[in-house]
Design a protein. Structure first.
Length: 199
């Protein structure tokens, strides 16, 4: 991009602003041609903005020791409302057992592990992806939830079928990613309705 003149670069940025979400010349270094068909820029930007905001909010909350259980209670209520499988989103362990015992219980999709007596009273959280613990010392539920949700997008993983309604709700209502078409949930088989026909 350095070989383009500054005036031409500004014109290119203005032209691409609506098409692929480039707002400044610095944005070009993050875009690869292979990324363009898969990612919608506004979705990527919203997710990154939320990640930055939540991370800074969590640092502030951690320094003031403001540990309110509202967000875990909301997520738990959403899971219950949609009748999704709680174990596909998070699991609760009172004390971390050996790695072998813990890994046997983990699901293959991204999952949070709450260490404590319940999700609301957890002292810390762990993030597991494909049965492997990625981060074992997350002290704030917001950060843990952002990491869980982001992992579906970063690693391009479909939502598990037994938790898709909850994760779709988080995506659309809490994060604000509303795709024009499609979603990250697995396709369901079309139902065929049989009717009685007279021959």
């Amino acid at each position: 991009m350095e070989e383009l003149g500054q005036d031409l670069l500004i014109v290119v940025v203005e032209h691409l602003k609506n098409e692929i979400g480039v707002n400044s010349p610095e944005d070009f270094k993050y875009i690869q041609e292979s990324d363009l068909p898969m990612l919608k820029p506004i979705q990527r930007r919203r997710l990154l903005d939320i990640l930055k905001k939540e991370t800074s909010d969590c640092k502030t909350a951690d320094t003031t020791k403001n540990r309110t259980p509202e967000l875990p209670a909301i997520i738990s209520s959403v899971i219950t409302h949609f009748k999704d499988n709680e174990a596909s989103v998070f699991q609760v362990v009172e004390t971390p057992r050996s790695d072998y015992d813990l890994k046997r219980q983990l699901v293959n999709t991204p999952c949070l592990i709450a260490v404590g007596t319940s999700l609301l009273m957890a002292d810390r959280f762990m993030l597991s992806i494909d049965g492997v613990i990625i981060n074992n010392n997350i002290t704030n539920f917001r950060v843990a939830l952002v990491m869980l949700f982001s992992s579906y997008y970063i690693f391009n993983i479909q939502y598990p079928s037994d938790a898709e309604a909850t994760l779709e709700f988080i995506q659309r209502c809490m994060v604000g990613i509303n795709p024009d078409r499609g979603h990250k949930a697995e396709k369901k088989k079309n139902r065929t309705h049989h009717t009685n026909e007279l021959y």
